[in-house]
Design a protein around this ligand. Structure first.
Ligand code: GLN
Length: 308
């Protein structure tokens, strides 16, 4: 696949074209601290395996990582637990909203996949049970991937979600009742909310996930972040489940492994090429950023990026 030498003008053009769509979405308000974010900001970055980063708009503005953090937690848990993880969480699309509880009861406390809330809380339990300081371990992992020592968790967002996290608590206690959560629920939720509260920007995020486009190897350093097999598996899960109950449509229209978060960010992995991170806070009814969806969709179409 031939990527133009300078992608920034195309990114700027798409951002200008699609930013007005922000009006069609709504900023997440069920976490009060997120409701205060300026809905008109938007940015995009495309990091490529050769070390280039193309960007447009507010690509260096920090936002809340939210559910995109599930990717990093998953990789850490896969590295730590190996295939045992797949006895406690499945790898099927849920076809349900990200915070749905109904399936979890039917399926005896085994989450459908690790990137819906129930699955990510299960992964958080693995991290809490296997690291003496899991929150720090998460930040250290992310910092090494971004090559940025200043990545932090926003305390205001963390406390806001801790205070308004009843649904996630319900998911965790339900899994605990089935014996699928090992640690104490409050500790597991604290870890989960803390990783969701990470403050990051498009450039850092796109750079941090390059290993998934490169068979598990961080370009530049040559560090094997996860095995080639696991990088392929994470991409498979992102392709089928990363956009929640809009994953089918995203695969159909865009054709890239991707993950969204209610902070308004979407990352898309372009195997053997690089990673796109787009951000604009207003969300559609699936909890996916309206502008980021359109922007990545058009970019993938223009450049012929679909893996299918
Ligand atoms: N922290 C959010 C929650 O648990 C993450 C959800 C998301 O980004 N889709 O509700």
């Amino acid at each position: 696949m031939k990527i133009p030498d300078n992608l920034s003008p195309l990114l700027q053009q798409l951002l200008t074209e699609y930013q007005p769509l922000a009006r069609e979405g709504k900023v997440a308000s069920y976490i009060p601290a997120l409701a205060q974010v300026d809905p008109d900001q938007a940015g995009v970055a495309f990091a490529t395996l050769d070390g280039s980063v193309f960007k447009a708009g507010a690509a260096e503005q920090l936002f809340s990582l939210q559910s995109v953090s599930k990717i990093f937690g998953l990789v850490m848990a896969m590295n730590r637990l190996g295939d045992e993880l797949w006895q406690r969480v499945n790898m099927e699309p849920s076809g349900q909203p990200f915070n749905s509880i109904v399936q979890l009861e039917w399926e005896h406390g085994i989450p459908r996949n690790p990137v819906i809330n129930a699955g990510a809380i299960l992964v958080a339990d693995v991290l809490v049970s296997h690291y003496s300081a899991s929150k720090t371990a998460f930040l250290t992992f992310l910092r090494s991937l971004c090559r940025c020592e200043t990545i932090y968790a926003d305390n205001k967002v963390y406390l806001s979600e801790l205070e308004h996290g009843n649904r996630n608590a319900a998911l965790a206690y339900l899994m605990k009742s089935f014996g699928n959560i090992e640690s104490e629920v409050p500790q597991v939720l604290e870890h989960y909310f803390h990783q969701c509260a990470t403050a990051i920007n498009c450039e850092q995020l796109a750079t941090s996930l390059l290993f998934l486009a490169n068979r598990g190897v961080q370009p530049g350093s040559g560090i094997q972040v996860c095995s080639r097999r696991d990088a392929h598996r994470v991409n498979a899960i992102l392709s089928t489940s990363g956009m929640y109950d809009q994953s089918g449509e995203f695969a159909f229209k865009v054709g890239l492994p991707a993950k969204s978060g209610v902070g308004g960010c979407i990352v898309a992995i372009v195997p053997q090429v690089g990673v796109i991170a787009a951000w604009s806070p207003p969300l559609n009814r699936f909890g996916n950023s309206v502008v980021a969806m359109q922007l990545i969709s058009k970019l993938a179409e223009e450049l012929g990026l679909s893996i299918f």
